[in-house]
Design a protein around this ligand. Structure first.
Ligand code: TYD
Length: 211
């Protein structure tokens, strides 16, 4: 039985979820729980190595199933080394991307079988699902425009995908949202960053810290 709280942050590229996650940290401090933040793919050394293989723009020959299995392998290692220990220690754990990214990107985006992805995710996580998933929703064109404007990293392999692929990814998220209304909550990420942070904070407070 885990004692901590597990919240995942999901959304298409450019939704701003990483900035929201950072912006939440000072606000969450008021609840007196230790907060741990981490990301996928990556978060621990072995998974970061896998991440660099996945995102390397030179790896144009990568097969879609290979890509899926690498994300899943990175997830397994991250779970064992970072997620489970943090939850066992009673931390408030904020994870930038988790199982829903596989469904949205490799399932809806790449067109791999979604049932297989659910099964592989469950295998990798021993069935662990987040207590809450914040889904940051934004129109695809708007998200891509934000990325172009704020670009502070080199173009990675996933950045090179088409608008169509990103559109399918968003549909994937919306379908997950419909299927898991108790776990997933949509946040309007088209607002100013500060407003998105306020909304996300309100959802977390309501769910876990309401007096
Ligand atoms: P990253 O630079 O971390 O993007 P972001 O800041 O948007 O999270 O790169 C992660 C990329 O990997 C992103 O495009 C989404 C993709 N991804 C998958 O396709 N499947 C997955 O299971 C995960 C975790 C990420």
């Amino acid at each position: 039985m885990n004692k901590g709280i597990f919240i995942s942050f999901e959304g298409p590229d450019g939704a701003g979820k990483t900035s929201v996650l950072q912006g939440l940290l000072p606000k969450l401090a008021e609840f007196g729980m230790d907060v741990v933040t981490t990301r996928e793919p990556g978060g621990v050394a072995i998974a970061e190595e896998i991440r660099s293989v996945i995102l390397n723009p030179e790896n144009t020959a990568m097969d879609d199933k290979t890509e899926l299995l690498l994300y899943i392998a990175a997830r397994r290692q991250h779970l064992k080394e970072r997620i489970l220990p943090a939850l066992d220690a009673g931390k408030l754990l904020l994870v930038d991307r988790f199982i829903d990214s596989s469904v949205a990107y490799q399932g809806f985006g790449r067109g791999l079988n979604v049932e297989d992805i659910h099964w592989l995710n469950a295998y990798a996580t021993d069935g662990l699902v987040p207590d809450l998933t914040l889904y940051f929703d934004i129109d695809v064109e708007e998200g891509l425009a934000r990325i172009a404007k704020n670009r502070h990293h080199d173009v990675d392999r996933l950045d090179m995908e088409t608008v169509d692929m990103h559109e399918r990814v968003r549909q994937g998220y919306l379908s997950q949202l419909e299927q898991h209304p108790e776990r997933m909550v949509k946040v309007d990420a088209s607002q100013e960053l500060e407003a998105v942070i306020v909304d996300a904070f309100a959802i977390i407070t309501e769910r876990f810290f309401k007096k």
